[in-house]
Ligand binder design. Sequence first.
Ligand code: ASP
Ligand code: MG
Length: 413
Amino acid sequence: MALIVQKYGGTSVGSIDRIKNVARRVAHFHKQGHQLVVVVSAMSGETNRLLALAKELSANPSPRELDVVAATGEQVTIGLLAIALHELGIGARSYTGGQVRVLTDNAHTKARILTIDETPMRRDLARGTVVIVAGFQGVDAEGNITTLGRGGSDTSGVALAAALKADECQIYTDVDGVYTTDPRIVPEARRLSSVTFEEMLEMASLGSKVLQIRSVEFAGKYKVKLRVLSSLDEPESTAPGTLITFEEDDTMEQAIISGIAFNRDEAKISVMGVPDKPGIAAAILGPVADANVDVDMIVQNIGSSEHTDFSFTVHRNEYQRALDLLAEQRKKGLAAREIIGDSRICKVSVIGIGMRSHVGIASKMFKTLADEGINIQMISTSEIKISVVIDEKYLELAVRVLHRAFELDKESA
Ligand code: ASP
Ligand code: MG
């Protein structure tokens, strides 16, 4: 008998039929004698619909009230799922985040979980009752309803699993696991039977949308055993999904590269002909950071004379703002010959912990792209990933040729 936390996303509970299907799967695990805590999202599209209602009333709604509105989506699903389980003759009780007491800070619309009170859940579980918890929401110390940011019910699931020291946290979604890359771009993409936590973290931050990045961070911190599975399979399915492992408990021979991630959400800004002297990076990036614009990749050329060029990427939504900020800095005395931007770029990354012990991954990546005539504009690396910025129009080609070059379509030995 195990204590299992199962999290079902919006598509998995997107209709009454799907909710019945979730109930059947929960019942299946329950009959095997497992203790179950089920975390659900709002029905698909519901959170968007609720937030849009608020936006109809105000261009700038109060974050506290937005949370009051948005949290209702999940409250509907917990009640419906409990009713569906009762119909199958299974004891189940629903809890809102506030009822469990998922205590968060008071940062409305992006709150962080502080503590979770496990006592009421333990009582139910001991009686064989299935515990159903609304994802995405909590309550602050004053009792205000809070939400955890879009996609936040992944984090709710992982946090509950951590608090309960669950044997496993199963994330059910509309795909059957984590893939070597997006199968819509590369049909030969394969489901990974396991991926390390660190690789998953890179994949989540580099554009793979299977798990909310905060949930992966949480899983890493509390060593939660995570598995990604499909909710669209039959309730009795034994499909294994993808297990997110910790390196130390991973005895399998690792593939060198486990996936190719990409991201179309970035834009590049280059500040050309700035004086090559101490303080220049701070003078350019300081005001950008002060305005809360996240900077991703940064490249500075070695100055050939007294001047140098400086490039960095930001999220596309913040591109114009970053350009405006720099224009302002220039007026205030930042000596730059020219400031140019390009929003038609993308970032492609190869990820794999095997890189630590294998040389030549970067050169293979660069050569593969060069053979297709794809120009690399920027490069950044970490211990387990290499990212390049290239022209957006080459995105699909780059992902395809890299997937083939690193033989990701082949089952690893
Ligand atoms: N319902 C919330 C959202 O759509 C939370 C979630 O689905 O994870 O963002
Ligand atoms: Mg989600």
